[in-house]
Design a protein around this ligand. Structure first.
Ligand SMILES: C[S@@+](CC[C@H](N)C(=O)[O-])C[C@H]1O[C@@H](n2cnc3c(N)ncnc32)[C@H](O)[C@@H]1O
Length: 227
């Protein structure tokens, strides 16, 4: 709820945009660091013939995700698995696409987690990452920084939500993320091609979308093959 309030409900729209990158794909899809399963849910809403596996290393998050799903028609399509993004317990090429949303800032090794996404996706499969970002335009950056520094603390105060998470970690982690150039380079190095960047809401959120290169499997597979 806090995320939706702080983003004026834009987070839902951003997840919709990310999920729409694979509009017609009906195969198995993985949502890495799924949290309470918001993106996993969106992925099944957009295509009911799709199976989604949401992984997260926090059991508490997965319990919330399962509770949210109970009683919805999507319960049959989504499975939640306790796992670390850096060591996915799935065979090579077992998914048609891999997603992650708002979690890049939390992962301790971007190259390792990207490499795992590449490994579990089949050749040509899509890898899509949605994350918060800093607006590129200076004009928009000023009000955005004001929002982060002044409005967010006020909202967290009134809602009595985790001050450290939203007032300190959130702005710090957005600033600490690699630039778009570096992020693209990391993705290319682990075997992702055709990388496209979509900036949403003046660049407050960003989608990196690419495809697994045909020769990526050999490298990733040698390093970590769960079969
Ligand atoms: C900000 S939440 C985002 C959740 C969700 N993807 C969304 O769109 O709302 C970040 C999530 O990443 C998870 N996470 C962080 N590091 C992880 C890791 N190494 N492996 C698996 N999950 C991780 C956290 O437990 C948390 O649920």
């Amino acid at each position: 709820m806090a995320n939706s309030l702080l983003s004026f409900n834009r987070d839902k729209f951003w997840r919709r945009c990310a999920a729409s990158q694979i509009a017609d794909l009906e195969s198995r899809v993985i949502d890495v660091a799924t949290g309470t399963g918001e993106l996993a849910l969106e992925l099944t809403k957009q295509n009911a013939n799709r199976e989604v596996v949401g992984i997260d290393f926090c059991q508490e998050m997965l319990v919330k995700a399962k509770t949210k799903l109970k009683g919805t028609p999507f319960v049959r399509n989504i499975n939640f698995v306790l796992a670390d993004a850096h060591h996915l317990p799935f065979p090579n090429g077992s998914f048609g696409a891999a997603f992650t949303s708002f979690a890049l800032r939390d992962l301790y090794s971007l190259p390792e987690s990207f490499q795992e996404m590449v490994r579990v996706v089949r050749e040509g499969g899509k890898i899509i990452c949605l994350e918060l970002s800093l607006p590129q335009s200076r004009l928009f950056r000023l009000p955005y920084n004001f929002y982060l520094r002044t409005v967010v603390p006020l909202i967290t105060h009134f809602l009595s939500i985790d001050r450290e998470a939203y007032c300190e970690y959130l702005p710090w982690s957005i600033r600490e993320l690699p630039s778009q150039e570096v992020m693209t380079q990391i993705m290319e190095e682990v075997g992702i091609k055709d990388i496209k960047i979509h900036r949403l809401t003046q660049g407050v959120a960003i989608i990196y979308a690419g495809r697994k290169r045909d020769d990526a499997m050999a490298k990733a597979g040698r390093q970590n093959n769960w079969r």
